[in-house]
Write a protein that binds this ligand. Structure first.
Ligand SMILES: C[S@@+](CC[C@H](N)C(=O)[O-])C[C@H]1O[C@@H](n2cnc3c(N)ncnc32)[C@H](O)[C@@H]1O
Length: 176
């Protein structure tokens, strides 16, 4: 199971996405920002194969409660540690994660592109990665490139998917 292979759910089965992008190692710490339906968080938990921990952050109390309850009820083998917080809160763990993921509409829902990315990077250990996936309709790749050009971070991989006409998107891997 590979990390880019099911992003987003529309593209499951598309072999063009089946690239090995992130390695798993013992005690790896992964964090997803923006739970939504929680499908992605479920997937990440499986992807870790019990070798590391997953933390899921969301501002919405009911989303957090339902997600936690559902994972428990479905007996997810590697459930998330849920933090019901805003990505903008100052008490989030700093430089604690090897990989942070931010996908779908999460960045737009926070209402502040730059501040959201700044906060996501503050969660990542030095040398760790942000996996950022967004809709090209709301987030042109150039917006990300401009943001990165003002930082010391590096886009190590960026793939644009325009084959799905109703949902063109890109996925990027950015090293802190
Ligand atoms: C609609 S979901 C989409 C993301 C999800 N990962 C997906 O694509 O399946 C966006 C989530 O971001 C959360 N969110 C919005 N603003 C937030 C913030 N400031 N901090 C943390 N989560 C936030 C919302 O509560 C919502 O659950």
């Amino acid at each position: 199971m590979e990390l880019f292979s099911t992003v987003p759910s529309h593209t499951v089965g598309d072999k063009r996405l089946r690239k090995k992008t992130f390695d798993i190692f013992d005690e790896i710490q992964v964090c997803n920002v923006g739970i939504g339906t929680g499908d992605w968080d479920d997937y990440l938990g499986y992807w870790l194969k019990g070798r590391g921990g997953l933390t899921s952050i969301d501002i919405d109390e009911s989303i957090c409660e339902i997600f936690e309850y559902r994972q428990q009820r479905e007996q997810h083998p590697n459930p998330s540690k849920v933090l019901c917080r805003s990505i903008f809160d100052s008490d989030l763990p700093q430089e604690a994660f090897d990989i942070v993921t931010l996908i779908g509409s999460a960045i737009n829902e926070t209402g502040d592109f730059k501040k959201c990315l700044d906060s996501c990077f503050s969660l990542i250990k030095h040398g760790g990665y942000l996996m950022f996936m967004a809709s090209l309709k709301y987030t042109p790749v150039e917006m990300l490139e401009e943001y990165i050009s003002n930082t010391k971070y590096h886009i190590v991989q960026k793939t644009v998917y325009e084959v799905f006409l109703e949902y063109p998107f890109f996925i990027s891997k950015i090293r802190k």
